[in-house]
Design a protein around this ligand. Structure first.
Ligand SMILES: [Zn+2]
Ligand SMILES: [Zn+2]
Length: 371
């Protein structure tokens, strides 16, 4: 849909801007808004079309003069030309910048694509490290022809159409005059080679799309969102070009027993008040199995015991966190009269001797201060 915005405004230039200013404004905006730089962004794509349309008119002195006098009505419709002159904005862009090269694309054979897959591991696996298998849908070298594209026993020669360059040059007319434009050679699809008898399994492409299981070492210490890079395990490149990389993003599933706190693992254990008063030993889960933890007599709610070295390691590092056991003290609910009677001597004892703990609490310390 043609834009209704003012073309000068679209390019961000003044009405008396020179041809040079217009050209450089367009170059800047086109690089910024090109769909290759903003994949899947419809706003950028719309803006790009708008910019291309504005440039198409303002870069042509005759059309610019008509636009200045009559506005959009002067350059649209029956008169021909206008932004519709280009088949697509990709064309105008290619003509202007000479194809994909401007964005760092490979000149000859295309490298394989980078791929991203996700994997879920348990909390304990994230602490100890593990090996997982991920299914990857990727382009792979054809096993029948080892990627050559030639049927076994058949010959591979240099492409005559491009002399093995993989690309052909073509002169095209654009709004800026004549431009040389490089295209992948249509005869050999950019490979620079001619295959006498193509491999039947890959139809001469040397590559096939396949689902493969890839084993991945997940190092100890990883957290959700971290990615493991497997160099060269992404999509296969064109013959002679490198393969892409495979990225595996890790998700750590929550565990009811543990919470991660940086390198430490926090586990809460609940003991009855009587056990906290007299001291006890409890068994707690750790990433290396069950472990006994001594709860000393007089343990208070929120006290922490540390199990050294049972936390997360630094990924590929030496230092390790601890497991922190946080003690929650339960007050038993005693419902029977006998139960309450049994506690009475203890209650009497405590009121005679204070609360017996190291920590007498705020009021206890206050009493001491005035004694
Ligand atoms: Zn093949
Ligand atoms: Zn060729």
């Amino acid at each position: 849909m043609p834009t209704t915005r003012d073309y000068y405004e679209v390019l961000g230039v003044a009405r008396d801007a020179s041809d040079r200013d217009i050209k450089s404004a367009f170059r800047r905006l086109a690089r910024e808004l090109h769909p290759d730089v903003n994949p899947g962004d419809p706003t950028a794509e719309e803006r790009f079309k708008e910019v291309a349309e504005a440039y198409e008119v303002l870069s042509d002195s005759e059309q610019r003069a008509r636009y200045d006098r009559f506005g959009h009505a002067g350059v649209r419709g029956g008169g021909g030309g206008g932004a519709q002159g280009f088949g697509s904005f990709q064309d105008i862009f290619d003509a202007f910048f000479g194809g994909a090269d401007v964005f760092g694309g490979a000149g000859g054979a295309a490298a394989g694509e980078d791929l991203l897959v996700a994997t879920s591991i348990s909390f304990v696996q994230s602490a100890t490290g593990t090996e997982v298998e991920v299914m990857v849908d990727r382009v792979e070298e054809c096993g029948t022809c080892d990627g050559s594209g030639a049927a076994p026993g058949s010959e591979v020669t240099t492409c005559d159409a491009c002399q093995g360059q993989g690309q052909v040059r073509q002169v095209v007319s654009t709004a800026l005059g004549q431009m040389v434009r490089a295209r992948p050679c249509p005869a050999c699809e950019g490979t620079g080679r001619h295959v006498a008898v193509p491999c039947a399994d890959c139809r001469g492409r040397g590559r096939v799309r396949a689902q493969s299981a890839v084993a991945v070492r997940v190092p100890a210490g990883v957290a959700t969102g971290q990615r493991i890079r497997l160099q060269g395990r992404g999509g296969a490149g064109a013959p002679g070009a490198p393969a892409g990389d495979l990225y595996v993003e890790v998700r750590v599933m929550p565990d009811d027993r543990f919470v991660r706190d940086d390198l430490d693992i926090v586990h809460e254990v609940s003991v009855p008040a009587t056990a906290a008063m007299t001291g006890t030993t409890v068994s707690v889960p750790t990433i290396e199995g069950e472990a006994d933890v001594v709860i000393p007599a007089g343990t208070q709610p929120g006290d922490e015991m540390r199990l050294k070295g049972l936390g997360f390691p630094v990924v590929h590092g030496r230092s390790r966190g601890d497991q922190v056991v946080v003690v929650d003290v339960r007050i038993p609910r005693i419902t029977s009269d006998e139960g309450r009677e049994a506690l009475r001597p203890l209650a009497d004892h405590l009121s005679e001797h204070g609360d017996d703990g190291d920590d007498e609490g705020f009021f206890g310390r206050l009493r001491h201060a005035f004694r």
